[in-house]
Design a protein around this ligand. Structure first.
Ligand SMILES: Cc1ncc(COP(=O)(O)O)c(C=O)c1O
Length: 376
């Protein structure tokens, strides 16, 4: 049975702020083996000689293989571009699909960097209200009618930070509205491979208007990050990514891509992803158990959980008190895409401590603090 590595952290803090995956026990052995094999390959020097923006054919084909279980069917490599991560993928998509001064809609609480990526692409960003199932179709439609957005960035599967998994019916409703108002969808499925029970991606319902992105940061390792973009068609992928090919800032590093592609082809990527999924499940069970009498929003196997606080706790004071006790959490501000009022909540990334015992210790401290009303 897969386990996490027997690392014990020398860190003074129990850090629940970074949403990077746990490190499976098999990881070190698999990486050493792959590096040794790679070192013995005949053209290793040529492999390292260059990096290809959009990825080489082998890497795009490996991407298609990796994404097929998520799509529930095969996809062709000519729709895929490989980038060095989701951030550069989304930056390129925003520049090409939204453009300067165009409006991007997003969940009002979202991936912590999306606001900054939008700013760098010179696009305006506006948050949409969300409920426990994600974006609310009625308010999405209202925004489409009144604000004429060019695109919607969304994270429908195990949403960061609220853990919402958008049900299939809602995905279809969002698609129907997007089609009617001519809005392009950028679907970030960062955690999709870790939730095989989740509905199929929006990209399978509306491939003609959806740009799908999945990085390896969450399901393999942050240090081996690269991301696959799937465009609506080979021609669309070429039209959007082609003009950026001479720019190398988004090219996947050849050695990283070589390891990722070999791992996908020989089953190692599946093995690591399964180990991460199993460890996430154990940690989420701990959170659900220690915080059972709180307003915790979570899903089985979730990598992070969303803790809604009552009026007796203010999220900033709560985070500061925890920090004094060596536990780090992120208040709602860090996920805001614009300046609207925020819920009184914090995100706990259960996956970042290397040692599961630290997760348990941190959760005990959080549970104990929730029982102590803050004096304010
Ligand atoms: C919603 C979301 N998308 C993507 C990523 C990964 O980004 P990258 O591929 O640039 O490491 C993360 C995690 O950091 C995330 O939370």
């Amino acid at each position: 049975m897969p386990e996490t590595a027997a690392h014990t952290s020398a860190e003074p803090f129990i850090d629940f702020t970074r949403s990077i995956p746990p490190m499976p026990a098999i990881f070190q052995a698999r990486l050493s083996r792959s590096l040794a094999k790679l070192a013995g390959e005949e053209n290793i020097d040529l492999l390292a000689r260059t990096a290809i923006s959009g990825g080489g054919m082998m890497d795009r084909e490996a991407g298609a293989r990796w994404l097929a279980p998520r799509f529930g069917s095969s996809i062709t490599a000519d729709r895929i571009a490989v980038t060095n991560g989701t951030q550069s993928a989304v930056l390129l998509l925003l520049e090409a699909l939204v453009g300067a001064d165009g409006l991007l809609l997003a969940e009002s609480l979202s991936w912590g960097v999306i606001r900054e990526v939008a700013r760098r692409a010179h696009v305006r960003i506006k948050g949409l209200p969300i409920d426990d199932d994600g974006i609310i179709p009625e308010t999405f439609e209202e925004a489409c009618r009144n604000e004429r957005p060019k695109a919607l960035y969304c994270n429908p599967t195990d949403q960061n930070p609220t853990t919402a998994i958008m049900p299939e019916g809602r995905r279809r409703a969002i698609v129907e509205i997007a089609r009617r108002y001519g809005v392009t969808i950028i679907e970030d499925d960062a955690i999709g491979r870790l939730h095989p029970e989740a509905p199929l991606p929006i990209a399978t319902i509306a491939p003609e208007i959806t740009w799908y992105v999945m990085g390896l940061t969450k399901c393999i390792a942050h240090g081996l990050r690269l991301a696959y973009i799937v465009g609506p068609s080979p021609a669309a992928t070429e039209r959007v990514m082609g003009p950026a090919r001479r720019l190398s800032f988004w090219a996947p590093t050849s050695l990283t891509a070589a390891i990722a592609s070999r791992w996908i082809n020989d089953g190692t990527a599946d093995e690591i992803c399964t180990a991460i999924r199993e460890e996430n499940a154990k940690r989420e069970e701990l959170a659900s158990s220690f915080l059972s009498d709180t307003d915790l929003v979570s899903k089985p196997g979730a990598m992070h959980v969303w803790l809604r606080l009552g009026t007796e706790h203010d999220r900033h004071g709560f985070a500061a008190t925890l920090k004094e006790q060596q536990v780090l959490v992120r208040p709602a501000e860090l996920f805001a895409v614009d300046d609207v009022p925020l819920p009184n909540a914090v995100r706990l990334s259960l996956s970042s401590p290397l040692d599961r015992n630290d997760v348990e210790r941190g959760l005990r401290i959080i549970a104990a603090n929730l029982k102590q009303p803050q004096g304010f």
